[in-house]
Design a protein around this ligand. Sequence first.
Ligand code: ADP
Ligand code: NI
Length: 214
Amino acid sequence: MKEKMIEQTETFVKDKLRDESSGHDWYHIYRVKNLALNIAEKEGADHFVCVMAALLHDIADEKIAETEEEGLKEVKQWLESISVEKAYITHIMTIISTMSFKGGSGKEMESIEGKVVQDADRLDAIGAIGIGRTFAYSGAKGQLMYDPAIPIRETMTKEQYRNERSTAINHFYEKLLKLKHGMNTPYAKKLADDRHAFLENFLEQFFEEWEGKK
Ligand code: ADP
Ligand code: NI
């Protein structure tokens, strides 16, 4: 039963995210799902809830849905249409609505499953994959990979974050290097430490090459 629901949901999400180029393509979902399962195993979280929430976590994102509210409604209708049990629907919806609430609102995840899925999503923004996504996003937005004349922003509004000129390298300082401090679960913290070290090594090499030193 649950296997079938997961399969159907995968097909639904793949279809929704076709042609998506804002960094939320199907393979981001694929990676978050696998990471969530991996963390769930170590942290004793419910696998079904983690997988379903991971699969659906970006459908209500304002880059994909018309509005967050519309997106959340669509996710709920989807879960009802494949007959997911009511208690599961409530749990999955709580996770997704907390996750899609952007702008550093700082709303805490309450359930272990929510913590796991949020960790998985954050981990996908760091490490080798995170570096790749950052340069892909920057390129798609027409930004330079680096420009020493553009300062790193210490604080910014949501509008500035989305619209002001920045660079891929600036994004490391404005977001990526901060993510490891926000991990919820011990196992994800361990994974984040490795991915964070990878980012730091990358930056060190980058700046040496930038000055022609290596
Ligand atoms: P999330 O939905 O996790 O908040 P975003 O939509 O902000 O992620 O970004 C999707 C991907 O693009 C992430 O890997 C993120 O780090 C990267 N990204 C977001 N904003 C920028 C930016 N201004 N410059 C470079 N990369 C960015
Ligand atoms: Ni995501």
